[in-house]
Write a protein that binds this ligand. Sequence first.
Ligand code: LLP
Length: 402
Amino acid sequence: MISEAKLVSLAREYGTPLFVYDGALMVERYRDLFRFIPSEALRVHYALKANYNPALLTLLRDAGAGIDAVSPGEVALALALGFEKERIIYTANNMTDAEFDRVMQSGVTVNIGSLSRLKKCAVSHPGSRICLRFNPDVCDGDNAMTMTGGDLTKFGILLDDADEAARIAASGNLHIIGLHEHTGSGLQHAESVLKSMDNLMAIATPERFGELEFLDFGGGFKVPYREDEARIDYVGMGRQITAKFDAFCEKYGKKLLMRFEPGKYLAAECGTLVIEVNTIKHNRSRTIAGCNSGFPQLIRPVLYGAYHKITNLTNPDGKPALYDVCGNICETGDRFAEQRELPEIREYDLLAIGNAGAYCYSMGSVYNLRPMPAEVVVCGDDVIDFRPAESEAELVARVLRK
Ligand code: LLP
């Protein structure tokens, strides 16, 4: 974990707003999973959508991780960074024929999540090796927008259609080498993971899908965001996952690989967004701490009502008071926190927004034409990578296509 003193010195050196990532912690989180799930069959494919910082990806590549990619752009980035095609799975939804063809040609395993796409694949790419994504029929996640199983989701083939999927695959002599499910992001209950595994395993019979090489149970491992939130007992859960998978392989009659695709678990806690307060203002009942960043740079509080811990780095012992911590964007909803108790915030104080490693920079935009912040990656005492922010001139040139 990067100390508060180090965050301050990095902010002084590189300026703010600044995303600071702890690369060593990310690798540790990757290794955690192998400790939790003590199975030789385990393969971890990092969900690149959570954070595509190249230095972090390189660390994960060297640690042995695979990649879960969801667009041709993500596939291209992973290949460019040296992830072998065998280590990449492509799980897009609602893909165009052109996208599909392009990724099939790259040799990456494509994960198909609809009967419609499967039918087209049977005609256009007969004989190919593919994975099928099913809807696990389990509903869980940290908010409604990131639950991907159950009746209200657009993802995956229904479990009830497993026979139909097998029949379509056979019509194009497709080799179904993997089955996949992803239940949601920030799964609240260990039982959801186990139940989703059960549901996928129930359709993975040798009669129906006799050429399987792996089962992929998606991502969703949760990390605490609130100070008082407990960590899930992943050691206990991992033991159950391992036992369940071993029993399945025994029954299936072959040792398959067991894949997971975490994004948040690897990336969330590694990142901090350091911002500076430039304006303190009192609006009758509210004290507003106005900062030099905004929701385009960290959208989770506005989009999902997500809670991110905020620390006053430069006045930690100040008298506590309630603040609306606001950004610099022209919308009232542009708040990182509302009525949050924090040590007195003064103009020019530096604030650290925690758990900013997953789905923050990667969901960023240049709304209001403010460039995304610089990023710095730290491993132990060393800065191993610095990616400066785009300058305003570069941003304008990009808009003008110059
Ligand atoms: N696999 C698939 C097929 C996925 O769709 C996702 C996430 C993952 C794996 C990784 O899930 P994770 O381990 O990160 O929970 N923007 C939202 C999260 C969206 C997740 C989308 N899919 C957020 O900030 O909470």
